[in-house]
Design a protein around this ligand. Structure first.
Ligand code: AKG
Length: 277
C-alpha cells in the first residue's frame, strides 16, 4: 500500500466548480492502485484497493445492473449546472430551485445511454416523509438479491481497510435491523450507467462513515476527480475506492460502458426505527 500526502487545498475553487465537468486541468495526481490518500492536514481522504472484488461477484452484479432503467431525475447538480427546474413557490412568492431535472434534459441523457437509480433503503425527505425500500428494489427484488455477493465483498474491503469508519456505520445500521443491507454496514446503493457526474457532493450519507465506490463494465475515462485536493482516481472493475463523498467530486469523460456503484449508509436511517421495512 502506497501513501500519497497531498499538498493542494482549494476549498473555494472547488465550490466554484459545482455543477461543471471534471477535466485534466483539475488534477495533478492519478491514483490507480493500492494507495492511502491523505489531505494536507493528515486526514484520510480516500483509500483505493485494487483487484479485490472477485470476478464471480462482478459477473453476477453486472448481469443484474446492466438492465438499470432509472434516470437521474432528481440529481440536478450531478447532471450539470443550471439543469434544475425552478419549482417550489417560497413564502415571498419567488420560486426556489429543486433537484428535479427537466424532461428535455433527461431525454437527451437517455439517448446517450445514461441511467441512474437507487437500490436498498431510503430515509425521509421533506417531500417523502416515510422510510422506504427504493422503487427499483421493490419492482425488481432479484436485482438487489443478485448484487448482494458483490456488496458483501465491498463490505469486507471496507471493514479491513478503514475499521474506525466501518465501526461508525455499523453502529448506525445496527440500530435499524429492518433498514439496511443485511450483514453489511450499508443501507443504500446508488447505481449509475454511463453517467458522467458533474462536480457535486453527496448529501444525506453518514458523515462519520465513508462511501465505497466500485465499477463494472468495459470502459476508459470516467476518472473520479476531487478538485479541492487536485487528485483523480481510476476505479477499475475489481477495485474499491473508499472516500469522503462530502468533498466535491465528479467524473471525466467516459468511453464504453461504465457502471458505478456507490455504497453508503444514510445518516437519517437511524430515525426509521427498529421495525421491519
Ligand atoms: O461514478 C462515479 O465515479 C461517481 C458517482 C457519484 O459520484 C455519484 O453517483 O454520486
Amino acid at each position: 500500500m502506497k501513501l500519497l500526502q497531498l499538498n493542494a487545498d482549494d476549498k473555494q475553487g472547488a465550490l466554484q466548480l459545482k455543477g461543471t465537468y471534471a477535466n485534466d486541468t483539475h488534477y495533478d495526481h492519478v491514483v490507480d492502485d493500492d494507495t492511502v490518500v491523505l489531505t494536507p492536514d493528515g486526514e484520510v481522504l480516500a483509500v483505493l484497493v485494487a483487484g479485490v472484488i472477485s470476478a464471480r461477484a462482478r459477473r453476477k452484479a453486472y448481469k443484474h445492473l446492466r438492465s438499470i432503467y432509472g434516470m437521474p431525475s432528481n440529481r440536478a447538480t450531478a447532471v450539470y449546472r443550471g439543469s434544475s427546474l425552478p419549482r417550489i413557490r417560497k413564502r415571498d412568492g419567488s420560486l426556489s430551485r429543486t433537484r428535479q431535472v427537466p424532461h428535455s434534459i433527461l431525454d437527451l441523457l437517455e439517448r446517450k445511454g445514461v441511467r441512474a437509480d437507487v437500490l436498498g433503503y431510503l430515509d425521509t425527505t421533506p417531500r417523502i416523509r416515510k422510510c422506504r425500500l427504493s422503487a427499483w428494489s421493490l419492482n425488481k427484488p432479484e436485482v438487489l438479491r443478485g448484487v448482494m455477493p458483490f456488496v458483501h465483498e465491498v463490505d469486507d474491503v471496507f471493514r479491513s481497510w478503514i475499521p474506525d469508519r466501518y465501526a461508525a456505520q455499523l453502529a448506525v445500521v445496527h440500530q435499524v435491523p429492518g433498514w439496511h443491507l443485511h450483514g453489511t454496514a450499508f443501507t443504500t446503493i446508488t447505481v449509475n450507467k454511463n453517467f458522467r457526474t458533474a462536480f457535486h457532493t453527496d448529501k444525506g450519507d453518514l458523515k462519520a462513515g465513508f462511501s465505497c465506490l466500485a465499477t463494472l463494465g468495459k470502459f476508459s475515462g470516467g476518472l473520479l476527480v476531487i478538485p479541492r485536493y487536485r487528485v483523480a482516481f481510476k476505479i477499475r472493475p475489481g477495485s474499491v475506492l473508499m472516500m469522503d463523498a462530502h468533498e466535491f467530486h465528479g467524473n471525466t469523460q467516459i468511453a464504453g460502458e461504465r457502471i458505478s456503484c456507490v455504497l453508503c449508509c444514510r445518516e437519517r436511517i437511524a430515525k426509521c426505527g427498529g421495525g421491519e421495512a
